[in-house]
Ligand binder design. Sequence first.
Ligand SMILES: Cc1cc2nc3c(=O)[nH]c(=O)nc-3n(C[C@H](O)[C@H](O)[C@H](O)COP(=O)(O)OP(=O)(O)OC[C@H]3O[C@@H](n4cnc5c(N)ncnc54)[C@H](O)[C@@H]3O)c2cc1C
Length: 378
Amino acid sequence: MDFTLSEEHKMLQTMVRDFANDKLAPVADELDRKQEFAWDNFKMMAEMELLGLGIPPEYGGSGGDELSIAIAVEEIARACASTADIVDAHLCLCAAPIYRFGTEEQKQKFLPALVKGEKVGAHAITESEAGSDVSRVQMTAVKDGDSYILNGTKIFITNGDVCNVVLVFATIPELGERGMTAFLVEAGTPGYSKGKKYDKLGMRAATNADQVFEDCRVSAANRLGEEGRGMRLFLETIDHGRIGIGAQALGITKAALERAVDYAKQRQQFGAPIASYQAIGWRLADIFTELEAARLLLYQAAWLADNGQPFRTQAAMAKVYATELAMRATTLGIQVFGGYGYMMDSPMQRYFRDAKLTEIYEGTSEVQRMIISGALFR
Ligand SMILES: Cc1cc2nc3c(=O)[nH]c(=O)nc-3n(C[C@H](O)[C@H](O)[C@H](O)COP(=O)(O)OP(=O)(O)OC[C@H]3O[C@@H](n4cnc5c(N)ncnc54)[C@H](O)[C@@H]3O)c2cc1C
């Protein structure tokens, strides 16, 4: 068994780390305060072809595999988790399913512009009564000739205020419980509008808004996958997405650990650096150990995905472990910084606020445990 990264993966890691250190980290706090979509970061990532990871060159992408996405997202999140959040919604939850499930015409139509950052993608399934239980989606798609009439509202949608393409899930009433179907809706389509914007605790430079569909006519050419295949399409997409969220959590954990170690080495109390006290040093050692464990779990899930093997359980394990670690790491990080850790000009508070979201979206920790226990007791 070889645990080393390939030369290509190492080069990608170095390139993204340098970019994230130089361009993303210096502006992360300011973007967090402004709570506006991080346009400059988005454009820079497009220029560096990071928005095309996992998409083949014939559709404008830069190729690479699931592991490449995990490596890049961790490095981006270490500097600015909001920016990693934007990538996840745009690439993993919108462009990637178009590549995986789209017709040749859909791939040619949508992917080049998404990959080049000329358009922003989003993914919308959540509704007020359909959160963890996505089978409760009420939005309807009523067939009318060679098009569908969409009605319903999606809430909390990442990139939702700026997106030009949204992958949206609605149910075709005549198909009953098996009616969930996916559609690609473009900005400017009559009957489609952006709704309420949100003021968030963390990940504030990845902005969220409701998506409103009122008698919105969408051509059958914009249906992604077959009628009634939406649930399967959603579940497969989210399995990949969870690797991305786990990678976000790794990046946040790494950033918090690095800051805490630096601070613990220089902060002196009782005549010695606080790092020399086991209450501090050993707890940081535990986070360091868990970070390695979480990364191994995540890379295993990515490896399974890249090798065409089932990976749903491993992706759920990686997500729940890495995201809960991010909360432990950032909580400890604040403790290590003492009173300064609680202040809004300390570096830890942003990591702490950003980490919390990773435990919630793309399936809460409870939902991940439902998947894992389902596999355990199958
Ligand atoms: C910032 C942000 C960005 C988001 N971005 C998107 C997006 O881009 N696209 C999109 O479609 N959605 C998005 N979401 C929605 C997100 O995926 C949901 O919020 C999440 O899946 C949880 O659903 P809910 O909020 O309705 O909580 P609920 O499902 O109401 O859950 C409430 C609590 O009950 C628990 N719970 C629920 N069922 C069970 C059970 N059977 N057993 C044990 N516990 C249970 C949950 O784990 C949670 O702790 C986003 C959410 C946020 C906050």
